[in-house]
Design a protein around this ligand. Structure first.
Ligand code: ATP
Length: 299
């Protein structure tokens, strides 16, 4: 289940008819930031740029009371560290990472950013510090430039061009009739799954947040595209705290730390070689090459 996409669903129908232009985008963004139950506390702190220390401190969460999905989980991630989460389907990986930008709030314990409980920060300042690349990339009916600029509305032309380059979208731009001014989406040029992911990556290069949350695509991309995206994502994660729901071996091998999550909680934690040597669940998943697809039972 892709909770990262969910906040957008409710407005997706409005989008096609939404007034074009920057003012329209601003209003639209404000609309996105209003979710029921998740709101600024009185006197919430507007955090500046965080160093990027993320911690789950005995964090619990349940969608339905009495059926915890995350139970008192403690995990501390250092600034700049890359952690890959793997584990069977339904283990709660997506849910866990959704707690960081407050798509949901914990029911017990806390999630912190640079030592601040995320509920004590303004939502705007919290989310300015976090970039999310989910499996379903959301494009609106505008030009490619506008879609990239959505990462930071006040970005200059030079910054947009640089983000496009770093996300390896240059080839696409050159192939389009009007380059960055080409209208994309439903009413324009349809982009492939891989191209959409690269738009998402370009947005985050522009936004430049210290924390990155990545829900790696499970859908098969062609080998060349996959290698390109892998390279862009690696570049994107440099110098940022990166939390990845990983489905690919290459991603997991490159992570500083791997966390194997099951419905019971953190089952194993360590580097690739340690975990293979341990001969546990990770070793079995790794052998089956299905790191998060649930093809390997937890037991
Ligand atoms: P996958 O790899 O299949 O995406 P996951 O490890 O990311 O799995 P989650 O999507 O976080 O797992 O789901 C954890 C549990 O929470 C599952 O039992 C799922 O059915 C349940 N769940 C997820 N979203 C909701 C929701 N919105 N309402 C109720 N239950 C939910």
């Amino acid at each position: 289940i892709d909770v990262f996409y969910r906040p957008l669903e409710k407005v997706s129908n409005v989008l096609e008819s939404y007034p074009k232009g920057i003012a329209g985008f601003r209003r639209y963004r404000q609309f996105l930031q209003t979710e029921p139950d998740i709101a600024d506390r009185p006197g919430a702190l507007a955090l500046g740029r965080a160093a990027g220390a993320v911690a789950f401190e005995g964090a619990s969460f349940a969608y339905d009371a009495g059926r915890p999905v995350i139970g008192e989980l403690t995990l501390r991630v250092a600034p700049g560290e890359t952690i890959a989460f793997v584990g069977p389907s339904g283990a709660g990986k997506t849910t866990l990472l959704a707690l960081v930008p407050r798509f949901y709030d914990v029911s017990g314990g806390a999630v912190t950013l640079d030592g601040h409980d995320v509920r004590d920060l303004t939502l705007a300042s919290l989310r300015r510090n976090i970039g999310v690349v989910s499996q379903d990339v959301f494009l609106f009916g505008g030009t490619l430039r506008e879609n990239v600029a959505y990462g930071r509305l006040e970005a200059s032309e030079a910054e947009i061009v640089e983000a496009v380059r770093r996300a390896r979208l240059g080839g696409l731009v050159e192939s389009l009739p009007d380059g960055l001014d080409t209208v994309v989406g439903e009413r324009g040029v349809r982009l492939s799954g891989g191209q959409k992911q690269r738009v998402a990556i370009a947005r985050i290069f522009l936004k430049n947040p210290p924390v990155l949350i990545l829900d790696e695509a499970t859908s098969a991309l062609d080998v060349e595209t996959e290698a390109e995206i892998q390279a862009s994502l690696e570049a994107l994660s440099q110098g940022r705290t990166t939390l990845i729901i990983a489905h690919r071996l290459a991603t997991v091998r490159n992570a500083h730390r791997i966390v194997v999550l099951t419905a019971e909680g953190v089952r194993e934690e360590g580097g690739h070689h340690d975990l293979v040597a341990r001969g546990g669940l990770y070793a079995r998943m790794q052998a089956a090459q299905s790191l998060a697809s649930g093809q390997v039972a937890a037991e």
